[in-house]
Design a protein around this ligand. Structure first.
Ligand code: ADP
Length: 322
């Protein structure tokens, strides 16, 4: 039997492009003959019954907006056996037979629990970090990369004018993808990521000295949030090289902004795919990108996968930034 009423929520960290996914879930669901409920503030909305029925126009004019029109939250109340049971009971009470959860790994764990409690969930990866093992791409990553590049380009102008070194922290607690891509795009002298241990002398100082000898006068070091310590790093670099060095943490600006074309398109296709899975009675799935194509995998298997870092690309970056 097909699911007749589904809900959609965004949970955890927000990401540009989540709105494209919400819009696609809503329109695909309604055009398939289902009722689609919007849930505000992630799992909190299921606990508080902050749920409303969507129509085709409820999601008009949001595809170009950053953030999430459904709002998002972290919900410690949901993350308990009692919380999950209450959310599942509320869903049954409101006639919700399936939920599309747009968020990161944490939100997916919540979706696994809710599925076990009897409400089939389909997950859509939405996080700027690109840190979900089961998919090669997460909604929001492209926008965040482009924002980071724009910000570092601005820093570069002033770094260049003053013959300085800039140490820039970009987001990515466990995953260096954002740092790697941004670092390549801005021509960083060194890129530090959580996946690859670094040696201060070999990977920063020696590289700076080498390029200085060939005429380079300004330097950008891109550091992933998970490596951290940019203030100390800047001081140490200045002490060792005598080059004036400043640390900048880009922070939450990387989360915001109008989604890029890629995030709007991937968000739309993944949202469509998620609603269609629930329409076909399939739950406990994650919508993923694999070899550039959108497909789906089992949610439990997805949560057990481990991410692989693109070491080859990292090595290329180091070969070229000299
Ligand atoms: P993200 O989805 O961006 O990784 P979080 O890790 O903050 O963000 O998770 C979002 C929400 O998902 C949490 O506030 C909580 O309600 C739920 N959640 C996270 N981890 C679990 C878990 N292990 N079991 C059940 N629910 C979880």
């Amino acid at each position: 039997m097909n699911t007749k009423t589904i809900a959609v929520l965004t949970s955890g960290g927000d990401a540009p492009g989540m709105n494209a996914a919400v819009r696609a879930v809503t329109r695909t669901g309604i055009s398939s003959g289902m009722r689609v409920m919007g849930v505000r503030r992630g799992y909190n909305g299921l606990l508080n019954r902050d749920v409303f029925e969507m129509n085709l126009r409820s999601v008009s004019d949001i595809i170009n907006d950053g953030g999430t029109a459904l709002f998002t939250a972290r919900s410690p109340e949901f993350n308990t056996p009692e919380g999950v049971k209450e959310a599942a009971d509320n869903c049954r009470d409101m006639g919700i037979e399936g939920v599309v959860v747009i968020g990161g790994d944490g939100s997916f764990r919540g979706a696994r629990d809710l599925t076990k409690a009897g409400i089939p969930c389909v997950c859509v990866p939405g996080t700027i970090d690109n840190d979900i093992a089961s998919t090669e791409y997460t909604i929001g990553f492209d926008t965040a990369m482009n924002t980071a590049v724009e910000m570092v380009d601005r820093l570069r102008d002033t770094t260049e004018s003053h013959d300085r070194c800039s140490v820039v922290e970009v987001m990515g607690r466990r995953c260096g993808d954002l740092a790697l891509q941004t670092g390549i795009a801005v021509g960083a002298t060194s890129i530090l990521v959580p996946e690859v241990p670094f040696d201060f002398q070999r990977d920063i100082i020696d590289r700076m000295m080498f390029t200085q000898k060939t005429g380079k006068k300004h330097f950008i070091i891109v550091v992933a949030e998970g490596v951290g310590g940019v203030d100390k790093l800047a001081k140490d670099i200045e002490a060792k090289t005598g080059i004036e060095t400043r640390a900048t943490v880009l922070g939450h600006v990387q989360r915001g902004g109008s989604p890029t074309l890629r995030d709007r398109v991937v968000g739309t296709v993944m949202g469509y795919y998620a609603a269609d899975l629930l329409y076909r009675g399939k739950g406990n799935r994650v919508v993923v990108m694999h070899d550039g194509k959108i497909t789906d995998v089992d949610l439990n298997e997805a949560l057990n996968m481990t991410r692989t870092f693109d070491k080859q690309l990292y090595d290329i970056a180091h070969r070229v930034s000299i």
